[in-house]
Design a binder for this molecule. Structure first.
Ligand code: BES
Ligand code: ZN
Length: 872
């Protein structure tokens, strides 16, 4: 059934408090939800009470302590279906007690209560609670939860949200625990974990002096791998106190790592549950990027305690209210912990590689969608990443203090409530006495706006005329296409590369940087400075809006910005554009010789940066990191991912030739040991090794063999990355050395799986089939499916987009199979196959044909929704 944002109705009943009992036995789990309900004065009178329930068996029903017959003799007014229970004729206040049975041991969907690696755990967001027990499973019903869980003593830990208030034995071999969470919450934040786990504890004292116990629970034997996550948690808690004045609000904060998890992590109140790959990490088993990811996910889930839990979403259309805002907060935290410019480059690279393609594809939607069939399909790059960009624009527009005032008012007004994106905008506007109505458009419209910037001569050399215009593309979402408020940060460089103060009007103050808010379709902006006509504009600094820029800068001007701009993001971005230009030229005409003059000029600029002692190694590494295929595709019509991939390899080899001196130096064992000492140095070392391999340097092979055995995972994985798509003689030895070293560590071996399936050399279909027979592969574990099939689709274009359509056919078969066990994952993994529009007629035909097969076999709403959209 299609749900519409406009159809929102408040719940007929509120649940003031709920007492849950969960009785876990080997063959089945019995659950009772005992609800104290009260009629909602805001809802239409006489509406029945609705309790969601799915894939559970109703076993008992009592109202105000009166037992009611179930089954054939069910009383009038009570109705059960396979998606819930409706009770008409209730008094304005009542106690409703419902018992049901579920089977966690058979739950492969990983929603609701399930078994993972021998422990029971739950995933309730967005609509998983209804698979555990009967309840109004919607975020605007917020209740105080108490839960009594009983299980075998083979599971010593019994965890849930809030505070532990009672424990005890039940007979010889069973025990129970009672947990109480004083903060009212929606059912999607409920969680339990029951298992035999190791626990690491750390004390924390909040700014106002509340003592909090921090606990991380992991599978036995993994306690050593939690130090980084714990440290990240403590830094996140401190940061939220300092930046937003937000403190933790319970005496206990728990994180549990589980091996089977559909997503990255989940912010259940006081009991976050994490995919183990985002908890377990040290420098021997995880790369620096992995460690950053752990840090940012720990922060993200912790930050939800306020942006998500204390103030939550009224309905799931408002998802970006908590997710966009919390991604913005975790991005700011990471920028504060590391280098802000490099962080920004990485965040924008992700936006362009993942969100822009979504916005031009069949599943395009605004950050606040208007309709959905399956809400699980809307945890998207648009809701998250574009949502965060919209918040960033607001924050930029209001300024740091103004944004903070808005946040303060948002919490003052809405703490303990379930609200909408409009409520958020209203708090921001009211706190600052400004009108933010224009920003509504960003919530309503899909599509990446295109910002066109053209320079024209002014009256004389002291003037420059900037002609700015925006164009909102047509998208599959068919949303309005009105002009949006676009923040344009702008500065000007002179021929020496210095920032020159400029004026926007003859009588205005001269400034190094301007922020122009383009609200109309078109704007003519005059720029005044002594030599205005001869300055180079630095446009959209720090990526001040989520748009595609179409400007008239020459390659010389881009090299100038790459070299001199004070905005690190724009330096990096200019390099990306120059690199993309070359790769696209090669892809368009692979026969023509690589243009060595232009590449030499580019390499000269890159050399300058590599030699500059004032540039961070992290930044240097980013400068020599090539744009993703999905980013390059946006500039080629029809897009040919295979040609782009090969062009990218050819370009990298040509660039490498020109940077001979740089990679040579890094191959020297002394220099490379020095680089390997810092995270930035390791990033640079890895890129230089890859360039050396690309250039065909014989010494590079030797270094790759040495690096793969390094005790630092970043260095070791760098060797895999360097050789994986190059036909060097050591490629297989490097990969098998890694495999043999880590074959007993399932988590680390995931890296090896992904390199194997991403390789244009070894990653053939037969190889994928072999990988799926490997003893460490588990078809029920989403991580394993992602590192084999997900990595193949996003990282191995040569095989996935193979001319004969074999890549599509193989993936289609896998999706049909996955859908039977885990619909949410199947729908998510199907997305690359649904992005048809950009490719050649022949590829589109092949993709449509296999999509029709998937459509016919799809059993779930999840998978059908995304496939149907691709086939319209
Ligand atoms: N609330 C989500 C987790 C979630 C998403 C659960 C969809 C169920 C369905 C969580 O806060 C989240 O956003 N996690 C992200 C990672 C985060 C750092 C962006 C994830 O799991 O990918
Ligand atoms: Zn989140």
């Amino acid at each position: 059934m299609l749900k519409r944002r406009q159809d929102y109705q408040p719940p007929a009943f509120l649940v003031i408090s709920v007492f849950i009992t969960i009785d876990i036995k080997d063959d089945a789990t019995d659950v009772t939800t005992k609800l104290a309900v009260r009629r909602n004065p805001d809802a239409a009178a006489d509406t029945p009470l609705w309790l969601d329930g799915q894939n559970i068996e109703l076993t008992r029903l009592a109202i105000d302590s009166v037992e009611l017959p179930i089954g054939q003799d069910m009383p009038d007014g009570v109705d059960v279906s396979d998606h819930g229970l409706s009770v008409a004729g209730l008094a304005d206040e009542a106690v409703v007690e419902v018992q049901s049975r579920c089977y966690p041991q058979d739950n492969t969907a990983l929603e609701g209560l399930y078994l993972s690696g021998g422990m029971y755990c739950t995933q309730c967001e967005p609509e998983g609670f209804r698979r555990i027990g009967y309840f109004p499973d919607r975020p605007d019903v917020m209740s105080v939860f108490t839960v009594r869980i009983e299980a075998s003593t083979a599971f010593p830990q019994i965890l849930s949200n809030g505070n532990l208030i009672e424990t005890g034995a039940v007979g010889a071999d069973r025990h129970f625990a009672v947990w109480h969470d004083p903060h009212p919450k929606p059912s999607y934040l409920f969680a339990i974990v029951v298992g035999d786990l190791d626990c690491v504890t750390s004390p924390y004292v909040t700014a106002s002096g509340r003592a909090v116990d921090l606990k991380i629970y992991v599978e036995k034997g993994n306690a050593e791998l939690t130090a980084h996550a714990m440290d990240s948690l403590i830094r996140s808690m401190r940061w939220d106190e300092q930046e937003y004045g937000l403190e933790y609000d319970l005496d206990l904060f728990q994180i549990v790592a589980v091996s089977h998890f559909n997503m990255g992590a989940m912010e259940n109140k006081g009991l976050n549950i994490f995919n183990s790959k985002f908890v377990l990490a040290d420098t021997a088993t995880a790369t620096d990027d992995d460690l950053h990811r752990v840090e940012s996910i720990v922060a993200h889930e912790y930050f939800h305690n306020w942006t998500g839990n204390r103030v939550t979403c009224r309905d799931w259309f408002q998802l970006t209210l908590k997710e966009g805002l919390t991604v913005f907060r975790d991005q700011c935290f990471s920028a504060d912990m590391h280098d802000a410019g490099v962080q920004r480059a990485n965040d924008v690279a992700l936006l362009r590689a993942a969100q822009f393609p979504e916005d031009r594809g069949p599943t395009a939607h605004p950050i606040r969608p208007e309709t959905y069939k399956e809400i699980n399909n809307f945890y998207t790059a648009t809701v998250y990443e574009k949502g965060a960009e919209v918040i960033r624009m607001l924050a930029g527009f209001l300024g740091k203090d103004g944004f903070r005032k808005g946040m303060d008012l948002y919490f003052a007004r809405h703490d303990g409530h379930a609200v909408t994106c409009d409520d958020f905008l209203a708090a921001m506007a009211d706190a600052n006495n400004v009108n933010l109505d224009g920003f509504q458009g960003w919530y309503q419209q899909a599509g990446t706006p295109q910002l066109r910037v053209r320079r024209h001569a002014g009256d004389d050399v002291s003037q420059l005329l900037l002609s700015l215009s925006q164009q909102i593309p047509d998208t599959a979402a068919q949303t309005p296409r009105n002009a949006l408020p676009i923040s344009l940060r702008l500065a000007f460089l002179d021929q020496q590369g210095k920032i020159v103060p400029t004026r926007l009007a003859t009588d205005a103050a001269a400034q190094d940087e301007h922020v122009i808010l383009l609200t109309e379709e078109h704007l003519e902006q005059r720029i005044y400075a002594p030599q205005a006509a001869n300055l180079t504009p630095s446009i959209l600094r720090n990526f001040s809006a989520p748009v595609v820029v179409d400007d008239d800068l020459s390659p010389d001007e881009r090299r100038h910005i790459m070299r001199y701009d004070t905005d690190l993001f724009n330096r990096w971005d200019s390099a990306q554009t120059l690199v993309s230009d070359e790769i696209l030229a090669i892809a368009a005409d692979p026969q023509a010789a690589v243009n060595s003059d232009r590449i030499a000029a580019l390499a000269d600029g890159v050399s300058h940066i590599l030699d500059d002692p004032n540039c961070l190694d992290y930044f240097k590494a980013a400068i020599v990191t090539l744009p993703a295929i999905s980013v390059l595709e946006s500039r080629m019509k029809p897009a040919d991912p295979v040609a782009l991939f090969n062009a990218r390899l050819a370009f990298e080899a040509a660039l490498a030739q020109q940077l001979h001196g740089h990679y040579q130096a890094a191959l020297d064992p002394k220099k490379s040991a020095q680089l390997a000492d810092t995270a930035g140095g390791r990033a640079l070392l890895n890129r230089l090794l890859a360039l050396a391999v690309a250039a065909g340097d014989a010494q590079a092979d030797e270094r790759a063999m040495a690096h793969v055995l390094d005790s630092n995972m970043t260095v070791s994985q760098g060797a895999l990355a360097a050789v994986n798509n190059r036909p060097t003689v050591v490629r297989e030895s490097v990969l098998s050395a890694f495999h043999d070293r880590w074959q007993d560590n399932a988590l680390v071996l995931e890296k090896w799986f992904s390199f194997e399936s991403m390789s244009c050399i070894s990653g053939r279909i037969e190889r994928l089939q072999e990988l799926m027979q490997h003893p460490a592969f588990d078809p029920k574990n989403p991580n394993k499916l992602r590192v084999v099939l997900g990595a193949f689709m996003s990282g191995n274009p040569v095989r996935f987009y193979a001319e004969d359509g074999s890549g599509f056919e193989f993936i289609a078969g896998c999706l049909i199979d996955i859908d039977k066990r885990n619909p949410q994952l199947a729908a998510r993994m199907a997305l690359p196959l649904t992005r048809i529009g950009a490719y050649s007629e022949q590829r589109q035909q092949q993709m449509r044909t296999v999509l029709k097969t998937v459509q016919a076999a799809a059993q779930s709403n999840d998978l059908s929704e995304v496939i149907d959209k691709a086939l319209v």
